[in-house]
Design a protein around this ligand. Sequence first.
Ligand SMILES: C[S@@+](CC[C@H](N)C(=O)[O-])C[C@H]1O[C@@H](n2cnc3c(N)ncnc32)[C@H](O)[C@@H]1O
Length: 325
Amino acid sequence: MNTTTTPGRGTDDDGAAPAGLGPDAGGAGVIPGAGPAAPGPGERATLRLRDRGAGDARPRYAPEWLELREGADAAARSDELLDPLRARPAGGLVVHDLGCGTGSMGRWLAPRLAGAQHWILHDRDPFLLHFAAAASPRSAADGSRVTVETRRGDVARLTPHALAGASLVTASALLDVLTREEAGALAAACAGAGCPALLTLSVTGRVGLAPRHPLDAEITEAFNAHQRRTGLLGPDAVTAACEAFAGHGATVHVRPSPWRLGPGDAGLTAQWLRGWVGAAVEQRPELAAPAAAYLAARLEACAAGELRVTVHHSDLLAHPAGGTS
Ligand SMILES: C[S@@+](CC[C@H](N)C(=O)[O-])C[C@H]1O[C@@H](n2cnc3c(N)ncnc32)[C@H](O)[C@@H]1O
């Protein structure tokens, strides 16, 4: 069942009551691309394992982590790619946001586009969909009404039919946690629906830290290998998506969208560092001792306001064959 909500009134598409924001409900793991593996003393986890039957341990993203990164994400996304999307269709825009999490893409984009908008928020996690509906965007750039509905499901299985009538498909921080096949299916669905796709904030695998440290490159490499190890695209996401969209005749534009984290972002930087180093060690356990010292030094510099981190991402805009580019 899909649910249309009015702003500020959260509903859940499967009627499930949202879980509380209490302490970690399950085991620990590593979110591909971000976040700590396990909470430190007094901290909440960045992900929870789903409270479901055995055999299904897909990561569940903690809303706290998505909230922590929302400001940096908003600052990073490429405004330039929005120019071709500013045309205002007579009947209003229908936007499908895939892997919406708590809905940060809508909160960023809806107020940047003029005209009435209806957002259809997709995620496999009903808990996050609840938050997305509750904090949905309210009005467009010109004050027009924005409405929202949520759909629970696997975005890798979307069909062109599910996207019928779409003016735009969006996603943020999604592509790099898909497999090549899933990204291909998504591109096929967008191509079949004949609408543009704005897919933002895919990691590129490049990270810059200042000051530098001799272990930076090794941690980066191990982290990137970790991202790819279960067949997820990780740093290959944008290349794979470009190929997939181009295979359907789409015109693809890519722009950089780096996080630039400085002393004002200490909370996010520290959390990101723990996840980044944690994943690297999970990939290469022999790094455990030097990585622990590395992490301690990096966290100390971060707390002292002496660390700057650039986490490189890319945004991608794909125009369907025959569309405006
Ligand atoms: C890194 S989070 C990004 C959330 C949100 N777009 C944002 O930028 O804050 C990835 C999201 O994609 C969802 N997701 C990942 N794979 C999915 C799939 N195959 N089908 C549906 N949702 C998926 C996760 O549940 C999570 O909410």
